[in-house]
Design a protein around this ligand. Structure first.
Ligand SMILES: [Mn+2]
Length: 442
């Protein structure tokens, strides 16, 4: 059988994503009341037909009704696809009930879709989030381990906003790259006492997809009265009492702007911190997660007179000498596979020690590899210990979030990461096999 082309893979990915979105937030048919999950789409090479495989939670009768409702909406969905994906030709859509998928996987996917649907319900939860923020008095804000500029920026921006509202607030973060300390304002909010954690009633987790990725070295989360989570990761698995999730948003900073700007008086420091997250999570307003809304918010932030040139240079352009040496080692170890469509590289713990590098010094490598002309997916591994390997992946085509999840990690469609507990060679082999088979079969 002919392998699907890169274009067809891309269409299938986009069709599946759009159809799921339409089903969860736009269909009004009461028959589609059950929990529906789009598993995959199969489009014919001539783009005339598209089979949409769905799983439906409910009794056989309910499943049948839901399937009828979906098929009834196929014309409407097709019209939406034509407008939003704008393929060369828009296929006829046929829904197929798939009851064969493995139960655990199905439940995971269903739960993920329920969370996305609840988030798509949107506006109520946004107001509810604001109500809790205004009602409560003391907060600890944290983010994911190894925090990036969006994590640091969103924590500090939110902290500064809450301070302005007269709240007690501390930010607990793992150590982060020096550039984020130099560029992002609000550093005085970061908790410095290493012997004990701050008191907390509301524990807010930002930019973090799962409970085991929270930077909570003082155990604040378990002591908190309430946990609130604000995030934009596709792979988010809910662990909070209050969750505000929008996987379509460019960054957590975009969500913090959405939540806080109507209730808190923004200033140039807050605007700079938010801009840092918008800028970096979109790769300098380049990635497909950049939306009109992202640019609108950026333009609002710029009105505060923020030093946007310094923020851009400091966070995206400048590289330390150590980072440059890590890149040199990574390029030395680079392997190009599948007609140079996939770039893999790694750095061993010996090489890391020789350069005196830390994990954060490897941050830009997978991005660099993806920028090689013709490369569609890049994977970079760094050996933290002899049986712990960190993987970071970038792609223009594949849903990497799914691949990362298979290894217990997470992330976004085009950028994801995970930790593999295996020796470097073995980790390299298993992840490269997984990525290469995804390139063939998606
Ligand atoms: Mn983010």
């Amino acid at each position: 059988m002919k392998q699907p082309s890169g274009r067809l893979i891309k269409y299938n990915n986009e069709f599946a994503r759009e159809i799921a979105q339409i089903i969860h937030s736009e269909l009004k048919d009461p028959r589609v009341g059950q929990i529906v999950s789009v598993l995959k789409t199969e489009t014919s090479v001539d783009l005339k037909h598209c089979k949409v495989y769905v799983s439906i939670l409910g009794s056989p009768g309910e499943q049948q009704k839901t399937l009828e409702g979906l098929q009834n909406a196929a014309g409407f969905i097709r019209k939406c696809i034509a407008e939003r994906v704008n393929p060369r030709q828009t296929p006829e859509i046929r829904f197929i009930f798939d009851g064969s998928v493995e139960y655990g996987f199905k439940m995971d996917k269903l739960i993920e879709d329920v969370i996305k649907r609840d988030a798509a319900a949107g506006i109520t939860s946004l107001e509810e989030i604001r109500r809790v923020l205004l009602e409560k008095d003391d907060f600890v804000i944290a983010a994911h381990v190894n925090p990036d500029s969006d994590a640091v920026g969103s924590c500090l921006a939110m902290g500064m906003c809450l301070k302005k509202l007269g709240k007690r607030v501390h930010v607990v973060l793992d150590s982060y790259h020096e550039k984020n300390r130099i560029i992002i304002p609000g550093q005085e909010l970061v908790w410095q006492d290493e012997s004990a954690g701050p008191d907390v009633s509301v524990f807010i987790v930002l930019d973090c997809a799962s409970a085991d990725r929270v930077s909570d070295r003082f155990g604040c989360m378990s002591r908190a009265e309430t946990i609130m989570c604000i995030d934009h990761h596709l792979s988010h698995s809910n662990f909070a009492r209050y969750l505000y999730l929008d996987a379509e948003a460019s960054s957590t900073c975009e969500l913090i702007y959405r939540i806080m700007s109507p209730v808190a008086d923004l200033d140039s420091d807050i605007a700079s911190a938010l801009y840092a997250g918008l800028l970096t999570d979109t790769g300098g307003f380049r990635h497909s997660c950049t939306g009109a809304e992202t640019m609108r918010i950026a333009s609002e932030l710029i009105k505060f007179g923020i030093p946007f040139t310094d923020i851009y240079n400091g966070l995206l352009m400048r590289h330390s000498l150590t980072e440059t040496l890590v890149l040199r080692a990574a390029l030395n170890n680079m392997e190009l596979l599948d007609d140079n469509r996939a770039a893999f590289s790694f750095i061993s713990s010996e090489e890391m020690n020789e350069i005196n590098a830390e994990g954060t010094d490897t941050d830009g490598v997978s991005e660099y590899l993806l920028n090689i002309a013709g490369v569609e997916v890049s994977v970079f591994l760094y050996e933290k210990t002899k049986d712990e390997v960190k993987a970071s992946m970038r792609s223009s085509e594949l849903n990497l979030s799914e691949i990362a999840k298979a290894f217990g990690g997470g992330g976004h469609w085009h950028a994801a990461g995970c930790t593999i507990n295996a020796p470097l060679r073995e980790a390299f082999r298993s992840i490269s096999e997984m990525v290469r088979s995804a390139m063939e079969i998606v």
